[in-house]
Ligand binder design. Structure first.
Ligand SMILES: Nc1ncnc2c1ncn2[C@@H]1O[C@H](COP(=O)(O)OP(=O)(O)OP(=O)(O)O)[C@@H](O)[C@H]1O
Ligand SMILES: [Mg+2]
Length: 259
């Protein structure tokens, strides 16, 4: 049974999508079956994986609108052995339809349960908010991976995220799951400035052993890869950014095999 993991932080631009895409590809190199789920109406994970949004017949919004089943939406990524549940701008309009829905927090969870056995890991790239879509993602998940950018105000807003996680844990009693913190991932470390190292210390003091040993450096290949529609692990496999994401995947597999 696959592990469902939400990559989340309501702060924007901290590396959620970059992490989701490159962790998905790196896990596939380790022989894991992976489904990447894009639940951000910006649809960056879909684009980063080289999918032309204009050609999509179905998207994740169809799950929330209950138009079709999940099996009809999942696509194969061309460049890596990863499946994807793509998103598009429509996802930005689902909230109004959901207001009257009895079970609105469990829609994604119910859909993912149908395909969970087909995968080792299901990775959900969340939007930069704690709205209904993120609540759905967290409710569906076994654990959260929290990317934290090694910059000023890195920990800003994390209390709110941790409170939300606690709220979800209470709600999950209904679907026999308990959301845990998979780990906090330090991203975009600029090795030339002190602030990054200060943030590392601060985050390690707060989250202790929950911080991944792997730290993702700021690396230009990581920022260029999406414009080629490729994970950096394909675009520049030996770059520092690519190697760090491959290390993260190994670290995660080790953690999960230990339990
Ligand atoms: N390690 C890195 N080195 C250099 N650039 C990076 C790195 N990680 C992410 N970036 C760049 O930083 C920007 C933000 O990254 P990303 O889109 O992954 O963040 P996000 O948290 O998903 O943003 P949003 O909150 O809008 O969804 C992107 O332009 C991305 O290419
Ligand atoms: Mg994103």
């Amino acid at each position: 049974m696959g592990k469902i993991l939400a990559v989340t932080n309501q702060k924007g631009g901290v590396g959620k999508t970059t992490t989701s895409v490159n962790l998905a590809s790196s896990l596939s190199y380790l022989g894991k079956k992976v489904l990447l789920v894009d639940v951000d109406h910006q649809a960056n994970a879909t684009t980063y994986m080289g999918i032309n949004r204009a050609n999509l017949i179905h998207t994740v919004a169809d799950i929330f609108n209950e138009n079709t089943s999940i099996e009809n939406i999942i696509l194969k990524v061309e460049s890596v052995d990863v499946d994807i549940l793509p998103a598009r701008y429509e996802l930005g309009h689902i909230e109004d339809n959901l207001i009257a829905h009895d079970n609105k927090d469990f829609i994604l969870s119910n859909a993912l349960e149908r395909v969970r056995d087909d995968y080792d890991f299901i990775i959900i790239d969340c939007p930069p908010s704690l709205g209904i879509v993120t609540i759905n993602a967290l409710t569906a998940s076994d654990s959260v991976l929290i990317p934290v950018q090694c910059e000023f105000l890195a920990l800003d807003g994390l209390t709110q995220l941790l409170n939300t996680i606690r709220m979800i844990q209470n709600k999950q009693k209904y679907n026999q799951r308990t959301l845990t913190i998979e780990g906090v991932l330090l991203t975009m470390l600029d090795t030339r400035s002190n602030i990054g190292y200060e943030v590392i210390n601060e985050v390690r003091t707060y989250f202790k052993e929950k911080v991944f040993k792997t730290i993702i450096p700021r690396n230009v290949k990581v920022s260029v890869a999406p414009s080629h529609g490729l994970p950096v692990t394909e675009y520049s496999p030996r770059s520092k950014g690519s190697l760090s994401y491959q290390n993260l995947a190994k670290e995660m597999v080790e953690i999960n095999e230990r339990v």
